[in-house]
Write a protein that binds this ligand. Structure first.
Ligand SMILES: Cc1ncc(C[n+]2csc(CCOP(=O)(O)OP(=O)(O)O)c2C)c(N)n1
Ligand code: SF4
Ligand SMILES: [Mg+2]
Length: 270
């Protein structure tokens, strides 16, 4: 196999079918092997490169494992205090309405400490894109329970599994946000297979197009893994995600062009 790739004719530029976007800084990622964060970064930067908007885009990184996103993405970035990314993005967009502005946030950041900022930015219908990485856990700080943690799921702070009676229900913040009139587009995707990664990329592109047309918030949830926090190998984590996360957080569009895809389906999902 190694010999085959070493053949000079394979390495000819005309034989290259896929290569890393130049907008990903050539630096090792800080993420655990198999983590979805790196793949989402890449899909995002491919969209920005294809739209040729790298000089006209400002990202807001969160507090969480992706706090260092500004080290990996070769565009203008600002770091927000924990959960405050949608408020900071609001300010940036209002100061520079011609720029593409996005937030990149984990579930602890967006659906716990930043719930108010998220809901109010969405309710105001800010022309921003929100990329929400839901791995059902606080990855960065050692795997504590998040609002998105599934019922029965074991975490550092729910070692016997999330108990609804004492810890409440897992929060489907994406479905909640979809009901706000300021929100134009809501979808839930994943990046654990090439086809899913491509769908996520398409969704990010759509959200940026919506922003260009000043139609309100574009919101993309990416259901992702946290193999370290879940105490699994990357392969086990992806399988566990398919079997446990996807039934509760089903993939697909939830709101398109300001309309719930099928209100009945959304209500059932909730
Ligand atoms: C005000 C404040 N509260 C709490 C923390 C600790 N903290 C840092 S990251 C984090 C959770 C991040 O989890 P999530 O947003 O789900 O991102 P992930 O690491 O899973 O991608 C917490 C609670 C902090 N840094 N600042
Ligand atoms: S702790 Fe979890 S979310 Fe953070 S980099 Fe590792 S796998 Fe990814
Ligand atoms: Mg998380």
């Amino acid at each position: 196999m190694e010999e085959m790739f070493a053949k000079p004719e394979i390495r000819k530029p005309e034989n290259i079918v896929y290569k890393k976007t130049g907008l990903m800084v050539d630096r090792p990622l800080s993420y655990c092997p198999g983590c979805g964060h790196g793949t989402v970064h890449r899909m995002l930067m491919e969209v920005i490169e294809e739209m040729d908007i790298q000089g006209n885009t400002i990202g807001v990184s969160p507090v969480g494992c992706s706090v260092l996103a500004y080290d990996f993405l070769d565009i203008d970035m600002l770091g927000a205090a924990h959960g405050r990314a949608p408020a900071l993005a609001t300010a940036i967009k209002r100061l520079w309405p011609g720029r593409f502005v996005f937030t990149y946030q984990g579930d602890g950041d967006l659906a716990a400490i930043g719930t108010a900022e998220t809901i109010h930015a969405c309710n105001r219908g800010e022309n921003i894109t929100i990329i929400f990485i839901n791995n059902g856990i606080y990855g960065m700080t050692g795997g504590q329970m998040a609002p998105t943690t599934l019922e029965g799921m074991r975490t550092a702070t729910s070692p016997y599994g999330r108990d609804i009676a004492t810890m409440g229900y897992p929060l489907k913040i994406t479905e909640l946000i979809a009901h706000l009139p300021g929100v134009n587009y809501v979808t839930r995707q994943s990046v654990h297979t090439p086809v899913n990664a491509r769908r996520t990329k398409k969704a990010i592109r759509k959200a940026f197009e919506i922003q260009k047309e000043k139609k309100g918030v574009g919101f993309i949830e990416v259901v992702s893994n946290c193999n370290s926090g879940w105490k699994m190998t990357p392969v086990q984590a992806n399988k566990w995600m398919e079997e446990n996360m996807f039934p509760f957080y089903p993939l697909g569009d939830i709101k398109v062009d300001g309309k719930l895809v099928d209100p009945k389906v959304v209500a059932e999902k909730e």
